[in-house]
Design a protein around this ligand. Structure first.
Ligand SMILES: Cc1cc2nc3c(=O)[nH]c(=O)nc-3n(C[C@H](O)[C@H](O)[C@H](O)COP(=O)(O)O)c2cc1C
Length: 375
């Protein structure tokens, strides 16, 4: 892949790549999905600006998914992507026993009390099932469907293929990228450790899969034959150009778009992204039971990075989301996840169209089309 991608850059210009042609977009620029914080306005803004908007469906049931897609279709006629979390290890999670649930809840009792909430009862389910989510996605036929936390099963990929949906897997290591390519996905996001949100490693623990974007992207490009999308720490045109030079066929940005007015980030989270506190990010299991990168706060510090003694995913995520709901109302950034990537201090623009325009302007300057001599 290496020689081809270098040749592509100089002959065709940076805007047309194997990935843009695959999904039918004008620019090799992708909006990261934000499970729990995606907005149709932001997805449509990025798609309408020529990139690929992506909506994170984490936690949404079938009816919500249908209404999100209906709304997206009123806001854009351009291609967009949807995003799903795969059940870990290919099976849905086991419910905790009543005793386990009580223990997990007690570990967070001071936060419930501080929030003025009674300790919650165990719900019948913590998350909608993968199958419940997949049916409306296939019906909706988005241009692309991206997955995190594993290799999508063959029957899922086959259903996407029949519906004309481009499938995108997510890798944090070259081995994961090889597994995804062997599994038959159409494209792969290579997501470096700089990235905001969950470390979506699935072959080895996240702590053993912390590869930076600069090393990960060319390693994944060399390892697979499908288009690679670079993610993690890309927050402006310099990062996007670097990703393309490393052989990626598109650059994905999360934090830079999350900071925009169109995003669904709550006001306390948004204020933190624009503050000096965004200079530091940490990986913590405090808010979901799984490792994820965000701006540290009292809850992440008190519960520690390892999550020892806390509930596993998805129980911890469900419990923390109760506490977060009150914190959002109170605009209290200390008791909620503040996902952010290492590029957060680079954000400059409050509108998604401005982010895209600045990236285009800077990449045009950095990667000019080289006229080929006519023979
Ligand atoms: C609030 C938030 C939620 C996220 N949720 C998801 C998700 O549900 N699925 C996913 O694939 N990536 C998710 N991500 C990761 C982003 O899509 C993207 O890969 C990441 O932000 C890229 O790194 P950057 O922020 O350094 O640009 C999330 C990121 C944030 C900030």
């Amino acid at each position: 892949m290496t020689e081809d991608s270098v040749a592509n850059l100089s002959e065709r210009g940076w805007r047309s790549t194997a990935f843009t042609r695959l999904v039918g977009i004008e620019l090799p620029l992708v909006l990261g999905a934000f499970g729990g914080a995606s907005s149709t306005a932001l997805v449509a803004a990025v798609s309408n600006a020529g990139g690929l908007g992506s909506y994170g469906l984490y936690g949404l049931g079938a009816d919500r998914i249908r209404s999100v897609v209906t709304e997206l279709r009123t806001l854009t006629e351009r291609p967009f992507a949807l995003n799903l979390w795969l059940p870990f290890d290919g099976h849905e999670w086991d419910l905790p026993s009543a005793q386990q649930f009580a223990d997990y809840t007690r570990a967070l009792a001071p936060y419930f009390e501080e929030s003025g909430l009674a300790l919650p009862e165990q719900p019948a389910t913590f998350l909608p099932s993968f199958d419940e989510q997949l049916d409306p996605v296939i019906e909706a036929r988005p241009a692309a469907l991206s997955f995190v936390y594993g290799v999508p099963p063959q029957d899922v990929l086959e259903r996407c293929r029949r519906a004309g949906i481009v499938t995108i897997g997510t890798a944090t290591t070259p081995d994961e990228a090889r597994a995804l390519a062997a599994g038959g996905v159409d494209a792969i996001v290579a997501t470096g450790m700089e990235a905001a949100g969950h470390r979506v490693s699935f072959l080895r623990p996240p702590e053993e899969s912390l590869i930076g974007t600069m090393a990960l992207v060319p390693r994944v490009v060399d390892a697979v034959d499908v288009p690679v999308i670079a993610a993690g720490g890309i927050a402006d045109g310099r990062g996007a150009a670097a990703a393309l030079v490393l052989g990626a066929q598109a650059a994905l940005m999360g934090t830079a778009f999350l900071a925009c007015d169109e995003s669904a980030a709550n006001s306390a989270h948004r204020a933190k992204l624009w503050s000096a506190d965004a200079e530091t990010t940490v990986v913590t299991r405090a808010f979901s039971g799984r490792a994820a990168r965000g701006i540290p706060n009292r809850m992440s510090r008190e519960l520690g990075p390892s999550g020892e003694g806390l509930a596993p995913f998805p129980v911890q995520g469900w419990l923390a989301s109760r506490i977060k709901a009150t914190a959002v109302q109170r605009e209290d950034p200390e008791l909620m996840s503040l996902w952010a990537g290492q590029g957060a201090p680079l954000v400059r623009y409050h509108s998604a169209a401005d982010v895209v325009a600045a990236v285009v302007r800077d990449v045009d300057a950095l990667l000019p089309v080289v006229e080929q001599p006519r023979l």
